[in-house]
Design a protein around this ligand. Structure first.
Ligand code: NAP
Length: 478
C-alpha cells in the first residue's frame, strides 16, 4: 500500500482506494491509503510545527535538499515514467518528457534557494539604508490534477519549499503515484519532518478540510473551474492567499499564409497528443476561409493515421482517457457535437477491439465546420475532440478566438510577421505560441492563463516566487 506522509512518517489508513491502469482496467497500479479530514488536520499541524526551523534554514541549504531529490528521481527515471504511463495513460515518451521536466523544475528552483532576490534601493534621506527581504508565507496547501501528475506537483512543491514554506499536498485520486514518488524522493533526500506532507483521498472531503485547516495561509490549486470557484469562495472568507489555474478552450488560428504542413502537424499535435487532456490543448482550430477545405481535409487525413492504444507499446501516439468518467464526458460531448454539427469527419466512437477492450479509448474526432454558438466550440471537453471553425479573415479569426470566457493558451500559424505581432498584442490568453502547437511549455517563464482560466499570480519561472513569498521592508538609520 502507498501510505500517506505526515510529519515525516508513512501513515496507513483503515480505508484504501485503487489506482487502475486506464489502458487496461484489470491492472491495479497502486493501492493508496485513503486520507481523512483528521489526516489533513494532522498534516497541517505538522507543517505548522516544522515552519519555524525550515523557514530559518539558509535558502541554499533548502535548495540542496531539492537538488538531492532531483538526483534520486533521476536514478529511478525509467520506472517512475513507466508508472506514470500506467496510472495516467499518456504514452511512455510523453511520460518520460514529463518526469524529465519535473526533475528540471526541482533543479531550477533548487538554484533559486541561492538567490531569493529581495530589493535594495537608495533612500531619499541621509544615512538611511532601505531594503526589502523576501520571507515565506507559512503553511501552504497544494491541490493538483491528474493530467500532469508529476510536473504540476513539482512546480508547486519546489518554489513553495525553497521559499521556506511548509506544505500539505493533496494529489488527484486518478493519478496519485507520480506525486507520491516526488514526496518519496524528498523524504529520501532528508527533508525535515513535517516540512512536506502528502494526503491522498476524496477531493471534496480533503479539500474542505484543507481550506478550513487553521494553520493554512495559502492554497495553490490546478484543476477545473468549478472546484476552483468553490475553493476561492471558501478561501477568501479566511483571507487565504490563493492561486488558481483552471480550464481552457484554446484556439489555434491558421491563416492562409501559414506554412501549411507544419500548421496541420501543430494542430493535430496540440489537439490529440496526451489524448487532448492537456490544459493547453487546442480544441478550436480557426482557419481562414481561403484554405479551409484543404486544411480540414489534411487534418482529417493525418488524424486517421494516429495510432491509438496502450501508451507502453512503442509507436502508439494516443493513449486512453484517464478514467471512465472522463471517457463518458468525452462521448457525451461527441453526441452533442453530432446533434449540433452533424456526423464527425473522423472518429466519434469508443474503441473496444482486441487489446483495447479493457481500456477507456476514444477515437480522435474532428468536427467541421463548427460555429461559435455550438456547444463544442464553447465548453471544455478535455479529450481528443477538435472543432474546426471557419474565419473570413484575420480580424474575424481574432474575434472568434477571443469571444469566450476562457483565456489559457492560444496559438497562431502564420508567416506574416505583422499579423503575428498583432496577434501577440491582442490575443486574450496567458500563454501564446506562434508557429508551434498551443501546448508544450517550459518551466523557465511564467505559466498561467487569463480571464476565467486563472486567478492570482502566475506559476513557474521567476514569477512563481511571488505567490510563495512576501516582502518585509526595512528602513535603517546608521
Ligand atoms: P478537478 O476535478 O477540479 O480536480 C483537481 C483536484 O481538485 C483533484 O486533486 C481533486 O481531487 C481535487 N478536488 C475535487 N473536489 C474538490 C473540492 N471540493 N475541494 C478541493 N479539491 C477538490 O480537475 P481534474 O479533473 O483533476 O483536472 C482537469 C481540469 O484541470 C481541467 O479543467 C483542466 O483544464 C484543468 N487543468 C488546468 C491546468 C492549468 O494550468 N490551467 C493544468 C492542468 C489541468 P480528486 O481527484 O480526489 O477528485
Amino acid at each position: 500500500m502507498f501510505a500517506n506522509y505526515i510529519n515525516g512518517e508513512w501513515v496507513d489508513s483503515p480505508s484504501t482506494f485503487e489506482n487502475r491502469n486506464p489502458a487496461n482496467t484489470s491492472e491495479v497500479v497502486g493501492l493508496f491509503a485513503k486520507g481523512s479530514a483528521a489526516d489533513i488536520d494532522a498534516a497541517a499541524a505538522a507543517a505548522a510545527a516544522a515552519f519555524p526551523a525550515w523557514s530559518a534554514m539558509p535558502g541554499p541549504a533548502r535548495g540542496a535538499i531539492l537538488y538531492k531529490a532531483a538526483d534520486i528521481l533521476d536514478k529511478t527515471f525509467d520506472s517512475v515514467a513507466a508508472e506514470m504511463t500506467r496510472e495516467e495513460g499518456k504514452t511512455l515518451p510523453e511520460a518520460k518528457g514529463e518526469v524529465r521536466r519535473a526533475i528540471n523544475i526541482l533543479r531550477y528552483f533548487a538554484g533559486e534557494g541561492s538567490r531569493l532576490p529581495g530589493m535594495l534601493v537608495p533612500s531619499e534621506r541621509d544615512r538611511v539604508h532601505m531594503f526589502a527581504l523576501r520571507k515565506p508565507i507559512g503553511v501552504v496547501g497544494l491541490i493538483t490534477p491528474w493530467n500532469f501528475p508529476s510536473a504540476i506537483p513539482a512546480w508547486k512543491l519546489a518554489p513553495a519549499l525553497v521559499c521556506g514554506n511548509t506544505v500539505v499536498l493533496k494529489p488527484a485520486s486518478a493519478a496519485p503515484l507520480s506525486a507520491w514518488r516526488i514526496v518519496e524522493a524528498l523524504h529520501q533526500a532528508g527533508i525535515p519532518k513535517g516540512v512536506v506532507n502528502f494526503v491522498a483521498g476524496s477531493g471534496s472531503e480533503l479539500g474542505a478540510a484543507l481550506v478550513n485547516a487553521a494553520p493554512l495561509k495559502a492554497i495553490s490549486f490546478t484543476g477545473s473551474c468549478e472546484i476552483g470557484a468553490w475553493l476561492h469562495a471558501h478561501a477568501s472568507r479566511r483571507h487565504l492567499r490563493i492561486q488558481l489555474e483552471m480550464g481552457g478552450k484554446n484556439p489555434t488560428i491558421v491563416l492562409a499564409d501559414a506554412e501549411f504542413n507544419s500548421a496541420v502537424e501543430n494542430v493535430v499535435n496540440a489537439a490529440f497528443f496526451s489524448t487532448g487532456q492537456k490544459c493547453t490543448a487546442t480544441s478550436r482550430a480557426i482557419v481562414e476561409d481561403a484554405i479551409f477545405d484543404r486544411f480540414v481535409e489534411a487534418v482529417v487525413a493525418r488524424t486517421r493515421k494516429l495510432k491509438v492504444g496502450d501508451g507502453m507499446t512503442p509507436g502508439i501516439e494516443i493513449g486512453p482517457c484517464v478514467d471512465q468518467a472522463q471517457m463518458e464526458t468525452v462521448l457525451r460531448y461527441i453526441e452533442i457535437g453530432r446533434q449540433e454539427c452533424g456526423e464527425p469527419l473522423c472518429g466519434g466512437h469508443r474503441l473496444t477491439e482486441g487489446a483495447l477492450a479493457n481500456g477507456y479509448f476514444v477515437e480522435p474526432t474532428v468536427f467541421a465546420p463548427v460555429t461559435s454558438e455550438q456547444t463544442i466550440a464553447r465548453e471544455e471537453i478535455f479529450g481528443p475532440v477538435l472543432a474546426i471553425m471557419r474565419a473570413r479573415d484575420f480580424e474575424d479569426a481574432m474575434s472568434i478566438a477571443n469571444a469566450i470566457p476562457f483565456g489559457l493558451s492560444s496559438s497562431i500559424q502564420t508567416t506574416n510577421l505583422s499579423r503575428a505581432f498583432e496577434y501577440i498584442y491582442r490575443a486574450e490568453a496567458g500563454l501564446l505560441t506562434v508557429n508551434l502547437p498551443s501546448a508544450g511549455v517550459e518551466y523557465q517563464l511564467p505559466f498561467g492563463g487569463s480571464k476565467d482560466s486563472s486567478f492570482g499570480p502566475k506559476e513557474q519561472g521567476p514569477a512563481a516566487m511571488e505567490f510563495y513569498s512576501d516582502y518585509k521592508t526595512v528602513y535603517l538609520k546608521y
